[in-house]
Design a protein around this ligand. Structure first.
Ligand code: GLP
Length: 241
């Protein structure tokens, strides 16, 4: 596990955006796993800036989303599909055929999503945020290490944490999420945590292993796991540099 302690939130965001852009620059047909949440919004904005600055052609890249809410009408403004169209697909000028979102409206969606990841050759770089309760994607506490893409029940804490992202009160209680096993199959993992709301979670992550109450702890076994922290998210850890 590699930990990058940044001097500022802006530097942490730039570091993550650059690592993803450099992966696509050096590997034009790289498969990238995308995450959602407030942490990622400035990362995508910085990726758009870098893509334009470098005049990068991303036509051969392919993207998989980590998760999607279950039970929302198609094109609901609070869906993760809508989020990624707004923050990534549109501004990055990515074709609709270059991205796959967990098929919540399809029969056997979880099975087909796993198959499509396999058929793509697998994810080269999986971008990750972390929930305050240590969830990754929507692998909530209690998730198993070898879990695969499946329908998950969201915890009350997660529903409350994501409430502000809903334009109406139709807040789903379930979601389709890549599993921990699915995420661990990626060739490399890149997690970003910013802000003091994540400080306790990061402290727990660094001091525990294979702990189902904090599913992010499973990722520490991955041979290419990079964790980027801003000073606030790192404020409760004591790393000797
Ligand atoms: C959601 C997503 C996660 C994300 C988490 C944290 O629950 N499913 O992938 O990491 O929120 O989001 P935020 O960055 O808004 O704290």
């Amino acid at each position: 596990m590699r930990i990058i302690l940044s001097d500022s939130t802006a530097e942490a965001i730039q570091t993550v955006a650059l690592l993803v852009i450099e992966t696509m620059e050096s590997h034009p047909s790289a498969v990238i796993g995308l995450a959602t949440g407030r942490t990622m919004e400035p990362v995508y904005a910085e990726m758009v800036r870098l893509k334009n600055e470098k005049s990068l052609n991303l036509e051969k890249n392919f993207f998989f989303m980590l998760d999607e809410y279950f039970g929302l009408p198609e094109n609901h403004p609070s869906s993760f599909k809508h989020y990624i169209e707004k923050h990534f697909i549109g501004p990055m000028q990515i074709g609709q055929s270059q991205i796959s979102v967990p098929p919540v409206h399809a029969k056997d969606g979880a099975y087909h999503y796993e198959e499509s990841i396999k058929e793509s050759g697998g994810v080269d770089l999986q971008l990750l945020g972390i929930g305050r309760n240590g969830h990754v994607g929507f692998n909530e506490p209690g998730s198993e290490k070898n879990s695969r893409t499946r329908l998950v029940r969201l915890t009350d804490e997660t529903i409350a944490a994501n409430k502000e992202q809903f334009v109406d009160d139709k807040i789903p209680t379930e979601a389709l999420s890549m599993g921990i096993g699915t995420i661990m199959d990626s060739k490399s993992l890149l997690m970003l945590a910013t802000g003091k709301s994540k400080a306790d979670t990061i402290k727990y992550l660094l001091n525990h292993h294979d702990d189902p109450s904090c599913p992010a702890t499973y990722l520490k076994h991955h041979p290419h796991f990079t964790l980027v922290l801003d000073p606030e998210a790192a404020s409760k850890i004591n790393l000797k540099i």
